[in-house]
Write a protein that binds this ligand. Structure first.
Ligand code: FES
Length: 74
């Protein structure tokens, strides 16, 4: 099963699928445990105090994101 990453409207990245195959790491390369989770929400606004996970702060700061994908060139 693939892992899907979807941008939510003015919110986090929603990650779903076979998360047993996901290797989520912090900036130092340390693995972040997502065992037992069927989905995770990753902060996209930068305001979460529980990074890399979303804690809902995006709503409080009025985060607005581009929703349309930008084409890849090159
Ligand atoms: S996207 Fe939710 S706190 Fe950043």
């Amino acid at each position: 099963m693939a892992i899907d990453i979807v941008t939510t409207k003015n919110g986090p990245y929603l990650v779903t699928g076979d998360l047993t195959a996901l290797e989520l790491r912090d900036g130092n390369g340390n693995l972040i445990d997502v065992a037992g989770k069927s989905r995770v929400f990753l902060c996209r606004c930068g305001a979460s105090v529980n990074k890399p996970f979303c804690d809902g702060q995006h709503s409080k700061i009025g985060f607005e994101a581009a929703e349309a994908a930008v084409g890849v060139t090159g």
